[in-house]
Design a protein around this ligand. Structure first.
Ligand code: FAD
Length: 417
């Protein structure tokens, strides 16, 4: 058994925890990071790498109720619901449904906008600090519709985006062919988000942050945290055979965060919106110039280091349910109709969980009654983009600076925590 001391213990080494650790070290704090250290356990490894300026909308939106029966009946490739696991998201679902209206959607977009607006610059700033800026590109993001009217139909969303200063251009089939010459002709209209960027290999960036942090003196404890308990003047964290004593504890364990804090009396509704990916090899000289989203299929194809990462939409299940590959298999079959893609030797299906709150806003702040714990999780579909700006906010708040972005809407108190 080993015992460690640090100013701050960060639980979870995904993009949120690592960005937090980077910012704290920069501010002269000693940091211990607790995480099993397996890259495929991180959503921050397997995501689509999109740093989306336009993603200011929660999943719970005005259109979602009408689609619910299709989702529940398994008739939509974009969303699958594992009904046998319903108890795991039973308390999350009613709150999600209550948020699924235009007023809440607009409110959430206004709250998320300052965070999302800062996300690209924070990524670049953090990556540049370790010489990894070339993994990030500002190459835009293309949402594709098979219907010529599809792009024009997203009227309300575009009005709100324009209000918040997000640049979106409508493109027709000719425009799509110019932007992405290797896509098939099945797409008739699209929306190009010009000020969106992407990361060519999210896992590579995450590993680079871990190496950098080790070099800057952060302690990494490769174990799952089992217990967080109060000490005399410090919090005591037990992970495997090791113990860490720290002044502050940041909970940034992604989709596992809610389970971790429940024994401390905090109940935050957090669902695992699971997703899958598979890497495919583009045939001949085919490639994508940027990540693209097929609105009908609800899936993303993202260019990653010479391959195309095909990512499924949502599977609502327990985080620890066994993988069900049917959704990603159906998505991959569909993606092959969008561009020429071949199996790549040695590639395995990956599964991970988006840590999702019912209102679509992250949980960032101290919980009620604690001067030691700090929550930083629940970023859902946009956590990879917003990890670095969240890390900045957390470090600022822990060191007495004012946060760069208004954080009141993200407070754990909205869930009574
Ligand atoms: C298919 C898919 C596509 C996505 N695409 C995008 C995208 O294009 N853009 C975007 O911005 N976001 C995207 N996301 C969402 C994004 O990946 C997540 O929101 C983000 O990575 C969450 O980061 P995190 O640091 O909170 O959690 P994670 O990256 O999941 O890290 C949490 C860490 O905590 C560790 N942990 C868990 N329990 C414990 C414990 N008890 N003790 C110690 N450690 C523990 C885990 O092992 C893990 O390493 C996508 C997600 C999925 C699934």
């Amino acid at each position: 058994m080993a015992e460690y001391r640090a100013d701050v213990a960060v639980i979870g080494a995904g993009i949120v925890g690592l960005s937090t650790a980077m910012e704290l070290i920069e501010r002269g704090r000693s940091v211990a990071v607790l995480d099993p250290g397996k890259e495929r356990l991180r959503a921050s490894y397997g995501n689509a790498g999109v740093l989306s300026r336009g993603s200011i909308f929660p999943v719970a939106g005005p259109g979602v109720l009408a689609k619910l029966p299709r989702y529940v009946l398994g008739r939509d490739i974009a969303v699958r619901v594992r009904l046998a696991s319903f108890p795991a998201f039973a308390s999350w679902l009613p709150r999600f449904l209550r948020s699924a209206n235009e007023e809440a959607w607009r409110r959430a977009a206004a709250a998320l906008n300052p965070l999302v607006a800062a996300s690209y610059d924070r990524h670049i700033a953090l990556a540049a600090r370790i010489g990894a800026g070339d993994l990030i590109k500002r190459n835009g993001y293309l949402r594709l519709y098979r219907d010529p009217q599809g792009a024009a139909a997203a009227k309300l969303e575009r009005t709100i985006l324009t209000k918040h200063g997000v640049k979106v251009e409508e493109v027709d089939a000719v425009g799509i062919a110019e932007l992405e010459p290797h896509l098939s002709s099945r797409f008739a209209s699209g929306l190009l988000f010009t000020d969106t960027g992407s990361v060519e290999s999210p896992g590579t960036l995450v590993e680079a942050y871990i190496r950098h942090l080790r070099g800057r003196g952060a302690t990494f404890i490769p174990a799952l945290v089992e217990r967080i308990g109060p000490g005399e003047d410090q919090t005591i964290i037990q992970a495997g055979a090791d113990i860490v004593r720290a002044r502050d504890v940041v909970i940034s364990a992604g989709a596992a965060s809610a389970r971790l804090i429940r024994p401390l009396g905090y109940r935050i509704p957090l669902a695992a919106e699971r997703g899958y990916h598979l890497h495919l090899r583009p045939r001949g000289n085919a490639m994508l110039n940027r990540p693209v989203f097929d609105a009908a299929g609800g899936y993303v194809m993202s260019p990653m280091q010479g391959m195309v990462r095909v990512l499924s939409g949502v599977e609502l299940a327990r985080p620890d349910d066994p993988p069900d590959e049917r959704q990603i298999r159906a998505v991959v079959a569909d993606a092959r109709r969008s561009m020429p893609l071949e199996d790549a030797a040695g590639e395995e299906i990956w599964m991970g969980s988006r840590p999702s709150t019912p209102d679509g806003l992250p949980v960032i702040g101290r919980p009620r009654g604690s001067t030691r714990l700090f929550f930083a999780f629940g970023h859902g579909h946009i956590g990879f983009a917003n990890g670095p700006v969240t890390g900045l906010i957390v470090a600022q708040m822990l060191t007495g600076e004012s946060p760069a972005v208004p954080v009141a809407p993200f407070s754990p108190s909205r869930f009574g925590a």
